[in-house]
Design a protein around this ligand. Structure first.
Ligand SMILES: [Zn+2]
Length: 280
C-alpha cells in the first residue's frame, strides 16, 4: 500500500479566485503569487493519485494566520475526505493564538474525522511552538484524540524558495523536548534535524518524531534516503510528495533508486504511515 503523507488541497473558490485570497494571508501570498504555483481540488488530487499509483493521501491544510481561514478550509478538507473515505485522510489547521476557539475547532474537526493537525507554520502564524501556555492545551487535545502534529520545517542553510520559512531544526528540537509525548511529523526531512540524531541525546528525544520526504527532489540528492535510514532508522521516515507541488512519482522514483532494502522501502512507502494512522 502506498501512502502519501504530505499533500495539499484547497477549496475550488480559492483556485478560481486566487487573486482575491492572495491579499488576505501572508503564507498564501508567498506560496501562490506565481500563477504557475499549482493549486489542487480534491478531485484533481485523487486523479493525480490514480496516475501515480498512490492508494491513500494525507490531505493537509495550511498554516493560516486567521482563525476564520482555518475554519473555512477545514470545512472543505473534512467534506472532501468524507467523499473519498478510502483515499483521503484529513488533517486540519488551527491558529493556536485563538485560544478556546482553536481548541473548539480542533474538537469539531476530530468529530468530522480529522486524524491530525497540519501543516502548521509557527513562523508565519506567529506563535512559539515551545510556549507551554499557547501549545499546552493543543497538545492535550491532541493526546486525548491520538492526533498527529505535522509541522513545516526549514533548512537553516541552502537556497531560498517561496515558503521556506524559519522552522529550523533548533526550533523543532525545542518543541519536541517540551512535548515529548506528542507524535510529531516534521515535514521536508525536518530541515535536517535527523542529522543531529547522531548525537545520542537527540536520538532519544526524537522517540515520537517522524520525518516526511515532501519535495525531496527540490532539496536534496537522493542519497538522503540511505543516510537518514542509517541514522534514525527506516521506521521513522514517511513518504510524502507535497502533491500538487510535484507528482508523487518524482519522489517514489527517488525511493526506488536509493538502494534501500525491500523492507525499508515498504516501510517508507506506506507501512509506517499505516501503523501511525492505525489504517487497516
Ligand atoms: Zn511545508
Amino acid at each position: 500500500m502506498i501512502i502519501d503523507f504530505h499533500t495539499h488541497i484547497f477549496p475550488p473558490e480559492m483556485k478560481d479566485r486566487r487573486q482575491d485570497y492572495l491579499k488576505d494571508d501572508a503564507l498564501f501570498t508567498e506560496l501562490f503569487s506565481s500563477p504557475k504555483a499549482r493549486i489542487a481540488t480534491a478531485e484533481e488530487l485523487v486523479s493525480s493519485m490514480d496516475d501515480a499509483g498512490v492508494d491513500l493521501s494525507v490531505i493537509l491544510n495550511a498554516g493560516w494566520t486567521s482563525h476564520s481561514d482555518c475554519v473555512r478550509t477545514n470545512d472543505y478538507i473534512l467534506e472532501a475526505a468524507a467523499r473519498y473515505p478510502k483515499r483521503l485522510i484529513p488533517f486540519c489547521a488551527i491558529q493556536p493564538k485563538a485560544g478556546e476557539a482553536a481548541l473548539a475547532e480542533l474538537e469539531r474537526c476530530v468529530r468530522g474525522g480529522a486524524r491530525g493537525i497540519g501543516e502548521m507554520r509557527s513562523d508565519t502564524q506567529g506563535f512559539d511552538m515551545a510556549d507551554k501556555e499557547v501549545m499546552g492545551p493543543v497538545a492535550e487535545v491532541a493526546r486525548r484524540h491520538n492526533l498527529i502534529f505535522l509541522t513545516h520545517a526549514s533548512e537553516p542553510a541552502g537556497h531560498q524558495y517561496p515558503g521556506k520559512g524559519m522552522i529550523t531544526p533548533d526550533t523543532l528540537y525545542r518543541f519536541i523536548q517540551v512535548f515529548p509525548e506528542l507524535t510529531v511529523v516534521c515535514a521536508h526531512w525536518g530541515g535536517g534535524l535527523p542529522f543531529y540524531a547522531l548525537m545520542p541525546e537527540v536520538a532519544s528525544a526524537l522517540a515520537n518524531t517522524f520525518f516526511d520526504t515532501a519535495a525531496t527532489p527540490f532539496l536534496y540528492r537522493p542519497e538522503i534516503f540511505k543516510h537518514v535510514v542509517e541514522i534514525v532508522g527506516p521506521d521513522r521516515i514517511l513518504f510524502g510528495s507535497d502533491n500538487p507541488l510535484m507528482s508523487p512519482r518524482r519522489v517514489t522514483s527517488q525511493i526506488e533508486s536509493a538502494g534501500l532494502s525491500q523492507e525499508a522501502k515498504a516501510m517508507i512507502m506506506g507501512g509506517n504511515a499505516q501503523r501511525l494512522l492505525g489504517w487497516s
